[in-house]
Every structure is written in structure tokens, then in C-alpha cells.
Write a protein that binds this ligand. Structure first.
Ligand code: IK2
Length: 446
């Protein structure tokens, strides 16, 4: 039996559109800019809406359903109630207390003197930092190497900037039946070298990776760094999950390797750092001669980010600077908390006969679902890839939201990864328990 949507957003939208004059007025000219062609679909828009309509247990989109730590919540409240200036514009490229503490904090991590005013740009989440980076650095005809699987927005952002994405895959070196880990997914140096052309301008890496959870090790990063230095390529390193690594895995910033600060833009997210994704505070960090171009895009698009949220994130980073490496540090507490959730989800998936790929880092775990042999017969999804159909079935029939993994692949390679789905384990134990209950029933019925 198909579950009925709780509320059909589409019907509300239909009621509200075109009602101003009571008439539909059609324009005959082409409305959209050509750069929008092929980038109109978005997995987050589609699956977040579906999850909301069916009121599911949500292990789909990557946001914690638990509260941020009280010290940042308090800092946000203090900012809002503290004085008039917190409600007004601040410096366009980043609230001074925030850029100062980000520079101080990461100077210590990277081992490179970071200038708060020149080398840091605060953005509306990591998303906007990525957008500014591609718009600022990629021209018509430039090629950008993207390591697959990849956070889906890299592809449309490169395309909208006029560039061409070129994909290089992480490939598993083990087959199913063995304990699977994201560490087994390897970037082959020869395959990377084969993607180089005179048009290659940049490479994008994401460590810890979304959706796989791979954390690049020093030798792997060194191989990428050597490639960048040898061929004069910019490295865009998306490190939004940098504090979330498990089982002793260490996150290394590629910008800290010799010769890499000069050519790396590192992307960060306060949303992931402080479990406050709705605040939408992010940043890009790198040498001033690169960041200044991102600032040009920023000042001509959003110009400025919410002052009070930046103030709260600044307070949070100051606290983490002071407690760094101690048991009090949230950057130590959060991965410990998520480690238990990660193990719990893995156990639950194994109990229903699935083989999870254990992530070394991040919020997510992926698993192959082909062994379940679920015969999907929803005619409305018949032209879609299997994982998209499966996830829609899981939402509508079982009330559990996850994300299809083929959405993190290029159109060329999607078909090879349509048997995987992604679960987010950054959730309350009660949410994980509710998901477990659904999966258990499903095992009995399969
Ligand atoms: N980069 C990566 C790798 C991300 O995962 C995200 C946020 N993703 O969350 C959606 C999901 O995968 O379920 C971002 C960038 C964007 O971060 P922010 O929220 O700071 O804009």
C-alpha cells in the first residue's frame, strides 16, 4: 500500500502561482540562460521534499537532528541580545572576530601564517564558498578534474562557470564478502595522470568524502600535491567534515603539504563543525592572491553573511582554540559521539544482511542493496536508475529516507553505482532506533 503524503507542497504551490491577476501571462521568448541547461535537477531539493511529504524517519540529508553544543547556542543568543551592531551589516568578506580566529586557529593547524583580512573569505555555508571558487577561477574551456564519487554540486558549479568537469574515480580494491572500508577505495596515479590536458586548471578533492567517507592519507595527498605542483594546477579541497574521523584515522589538510598552500583553496563549514547546518556559515581559505578573486564574486553576489551567526561561530572557534586537544574540545567530543552511532548503524545493516562500507570519516555510510532483490514495480519511477527507484520506494512504502549514491557520480558512471544507497548516521539515538525498527520489519518481509 502506498503511504499518502502528509501534505502536497506541489498543490499549495500550484494554488499560489499565477493568481495575482487571475490570468496566466506567457512570454514567448526563451526565459532561461543557456548556462542553466542540464543543471536544473537537484538531489537535495527532490529528496528533502519527498522526505517531508511522507513524514519519514530521516537518514537522508546530512544534518544532525540533535542540538549544537550549548556554548555556540549561547553565543548566538548573546549576539542577538547583545547590541544593535549584531543586527546590522558587518565586514563584507567576513566579520572581523571570525576571520581573526579562523586565521589564528588554522595557522596553528596548517603551519602557515594566515592573514585574516587577505586569506579568508566567509561565505553563506561551504556551498557559497564553492560557488565563489568556481566562478572566480574557472573560465570557458577550462577543465576541472573531479574525484568520484563527489558532492554533487561540483559538477553544475563547474558547468555554470563555463568549465568542463573531467572525472577520475576512486576504485575499490576489495570485492564484497570481505569487511569493506572506505580506505580500500583508491585513486590510481596513472588514471589521474591520464586526465591531464593543456586545459586542466584545477582538481577538486573532498576529504573526508561525501558520500563514501574516504579520508585521504598522507601518501595519497602527496601524490595529488605532486601532480598539482608539476602541472601548475589549483587544488580545491572541500574539508567540511575535517573533525569527523574514526578509529584513529587522521585528517590531513593538503594545504599543509610543502608547496601546496600557494595553490590550494580549502573549504570549511561551521554547519558541519558545530552541528548547526541551518546557520549557513562557511569559508574559503588560501593565499590572498587567489582569495581576492573569490571576494570579487562574493561582493557581486551575496556581498555579506549574517552577522550574529558569524559572531557565534567566532566564539565557538575561540573556545576550540583554547581547549584544543583536550577532552573538553567539541572537535574531540563530536567524533566520539558519532563513532558510536556509526557502529550502531553498521551493526543494524549487517543484521538485515547488508554489507556497509565502513567510512573513515564524515556523516555517511553507503551499502550495496542488490542482495535484497527487491522487485520495484512503481510505474512512476520506471525510467530512473535502480537506487533512485529504491530510495523512493523506501520512503513511500517503509517510511525511511536515505539518498541514492548514483547522484554522486557523473552521468557517464552513474549506471555502475545504481545499487548503492547512503545513510546519514549523525542522528539522535531515537532516530537510529526508529530506522532500525523499520529495517528489521523489512528483513522479515523480504
Ligand atoms: N561540501 C560537502 C562535501 C558537503 O557534504 C556539504 C553539505 N552537504 O550536506 C548535504 C548532504 O550531503 O546530505 C557542503 C559542502 C555544503 O556545506 P554547507 O552546509 O556549509 O553549505
Amino acid at each position: 500500500m502506498l503511504r499518502r503524503p502528509a501534505e502536497t507542497l506541489a498543490s499549495i504551490y500550484k494554488q499560489s502561482i499565477f493568481t495575482f491577476s487571475g490570468k496566466k501571462t506567457a512570454m514567448s521568448r526563451e526565459l532561461h540562460a543557456r548556462r542553466l541547461e542540464g543543471v536544473d535537477k537537484n538531489i537535495w531539493v527532490e529528496f528533502t521534499q519527498l522526505a517531508a511529504e511522507y513524514k519519514v524517519v530521516n537518514l537522508g540529508q546530512g544534518f544532525p537532528d540533535f542540538s549544537p553544543p550549548s556554548f555556540v547556542c549561547k553565543a548566538f543568543c548573546n549576539a542577538i541580545s547583545g547590541g544593535a551592531s549584531m543586527h546590522q551589516y558587518t565586514r563584507a568578506f567576513g566579520h572581523p572576530p571570525l576571520v581573526k580566529i579562523l586565521a589564528k586557529f588554522f595557522t596553528r593547524i596548517i603551519g602557515q601564517e594566515i592573514d585574516p583580512m587577505e586569506d579568508v573569505l566567509v561565505s553563506v555555508g561551504a556551498y557559497q564558498a564553492l560557488f565563489c571558487t568556481f566562478q572566480a577561477l574557472i573560465d570557458e574551456g577550462d577543465e576541472v578534474i573531479i574525484v568520484e564519487p563527489f558532492f554533487d554540486c561540483y559538477q553544475p558549479m563547474v558547468t555554470m562557470a563555463g568549465g568542463t568537469p573531467v572525472y577520475v574515480p576512486l576504485k575499490p580494491k576489495k570485492s564484497s564478502g570481505q569487511d569493506l572500508s572506505s580506505a580500500d577505495w583508491i585513486l590510481c596515479p596513472e588514471e589521474l595522470a591520464s586526465k591531464l590536458t593543456p586545459c586542466t586548471k584545477a582538481i577538486v578533492i573532498n576529504t573526508p568524502n561525501n558520500p563514501l567517507g574516504k579520508v585521504f592519507q598522507r601518501d595519497e595527498l602527496q601524490m595529488i600535491a605532486d601532480f598539482c605542483i608539476k602541472h601548475d594546477i589549483i587544488c580545491i579541497s572541500d574539508e567540511v567534515y575535517e573533525w569527523l574521523t574514526y578509529d584513529g584515522t587522521q585528517h590531513i589538510k593538503i594545504a599543509s603539504l610543502p608547496g601546496m598552500w600557494e595553490r590550494t583553496v580549502t573549504i570549511g563549514s561551521a554547519g558541519k563543525t558545530f552541528s548547526a547546518t541551518g546557520w549557513k556559515v562557511g569559508w574559503a581559505m588560501g593565499p590572498g592572491n587567489i582569495i581576492k578573486h573569490l571576494k570579487t564574486v562574493h561582493q557581486n553576489s551575496v556581498y555579506h553573511c549574517a552577522t550574529a551567526a558569524q559572531e557565534a561561530v567566532a566564539v565557538g572557534f575561540q573556545r576550540e582554540y583554547d581547549t584544543f586537544g583536550t577532552d573538553e574540545s567539541y572537535f574531540k567530543q563530536l567524533p566520539a559521539q558519532l563513532q558510536a552511532k556509526r557502529l550502531r548503524l553498521a551493526e543494524c545493516l549487517r543484521n538485515v544482511g547488508l554489507e556497509p562500507i565502513m567510512p573513515q570519516g564524515g556523516y555517511f555510510m553507503i551499502t550495496d542493496i542488490s542482495s535484497l532483490n527487491i522487485d520495484l514495480n512503481d510505474p512512476s519511477t520506471k525510467d530512473e536508475l535502480y537506487d533512485f527507484r529504491f530510495v523512493k520506494w523506501l520512503i513511500k512504502e517503509k517510511g525511511l529516507a536515505t539518498i541514492p549514491v548514483s547522484g554522486f557520480y557523473s552521468p557517464e558512471h552513474r549506471g555502475n553505482f545504481q545499487n548503492y544507497i547512503r545513510f546519514c548516521f549523525a542522528k539522535e539515538d531515537s532516530t537510529l532506533k526508529a530506522a532500525e525498527d523499520i529495517l528489521q520489519q523489512w528483513r522479515i518481509k523480504k
